[in-house]
Each structure stands twice: as structure tokens, then as C-alpha cells.
Ligand binder design. Structure first.
Ligand code: HEM
Length: 137
């Protein structure tokens, strides 16, 4: 089997649809929406590029932004257990909505579960300054 999770999730178009479906849920949930910046578009574009890379597609995210350093990039946002749980729930719903095959979803979420829990930083003494990186088009 040489196919990647990226291909199985529908390639660039599939990943884009998943991220759009996820962000629709964020926008509809005030608890989640309140920790996101006012303009959602830059983060949305970055999440698309990140997933493309993380699922085995092209490394455009790292070419533009360097190593993901995911936990550190989330330090400016106070993320609690409830945020992590809802993030996973909305992401999972987005994968369902986009019709990704169940086996593919299972493999991806075996890795996404621990990753989401790793992002929790509420009550922790972490630097809250954003990592400066210009968003390059
Ligand atoms: C645990 C719950 C999580 C919450 C509440 C959360 C929230 C956020 C917020 C508020 C941003 C900033 C968006 C912006 O600047 O517009 C962000 C960025 C991002 N998140 Fe998360 N996130 C979570 C977990 C994850 C996980 C598990 C991943 C990866 C699988 C992830 C990947 C990303 C990426 C790639 C970015 C853009 C980072 C950058 O390049 O600046 N997040 N997230």
C-alpha cells in the first residue's frame, strides 16, 4: 500500500473541505470561537497546509513556516481540557461530513487524540508571546 493518508483524505481539495467544515463548527461555538483571533482566514490557510504535510502530502507548511513546533505555536492561546475535547469532536465531525473512509479516520485520530491533549497549556507557566512568522502568500 503506497497510498498516503493525504490521498485517502481526498488530497488538497479533501483537506481544504475538512478544514472548512471544522472552522464552521468553531465559528458556531462561542466557547471555542473566543480563543481564536478575529480574522480566521490566516489560521485556516495554515491548518490546511499543515494537514497536507502531516498526512503525507507536500511539505509546503515547513517550507513557509519552518518546523511546526505545534505546542509552542499554541502558547498564546490558553487551551484547557474542554477546548481539546471539543477540538477533537469538531475535527472528527468534519472528517465524517467530508466522507473520509472510516479506516482512514481511525488511523488519523489515533495520532490526533494524543496530539490534541499535548496542546493543553491552561494553568501552565508557558511563554504566551506569539512565535513571529510573517504569513507568506
Ligand atoms: C487541543 C485543542 C486545540 C485548540 C483549542 C487549538 C486552537 C488553535 C488556535 C486558536 C490557533 C490560532 C489560529 C490563528 O492564528 O488564526 C491554532 C493554530 C493552529 N493549530 Fe491548533 N488548536 C488545537 C489543537 C491542534 C492540533 C491537535 C493540531 C494539529 C494536529 C493543531 C494545528 C494547528 C496549526 C497547524 C495551527 C497554525 C499554527 C501556525 O502556523 O501559526 N491544533 N490552533
Amino acid at each position: 500500500m503506497s497510498t498516503t493518508l493525504f490521498d485517502a483524505a481526498g488530497g488538497t481539495e479533501g483537506v481544504s473541505q475538512i478544514v472548512e467544515a471544522f472552522y464552521r463548527r468553531i465559528e458556531a461555538d462561542q466557547f471555542m470561537r473566543s480563543i481564536y483571533p478575529e480574522d480566521l482566514e490566516p489560521g485556516k490557510a495554515k491548518l490546511k497546509l499543515f494537514f497536507e504535510q502531516w498526512l503525507g502530502g507536500g511539505p509546503v507548511y515547513s517550507q513557509k513556516f519552518g518546523h511546526p513546533r505545534l505546542r509552542a505555536r499554541h502558547f498564546p492561546f490558553v487551551i484547557g481540557d474542554r477546548h481539546a475535547g471539543l477540538w477533537l469532536r469538531y475535527m472528527r465531525e468534519a472528517w465524517h461530513e467530508c466522507g473520509v473512509p472510516a479506516q482512514v479516520e481511525t488511523v488519523a485520530f489515533e495520532r490526533l487524540g494524543p496530539l490534541a491533549r499535548h496542546m493543553v497549556n491552561e494553568g501552565q507557566d508557558v511563554p504566551r508571546e506569539p512565535i513571529g512568522d510573517a504569513f507568506m502568500q
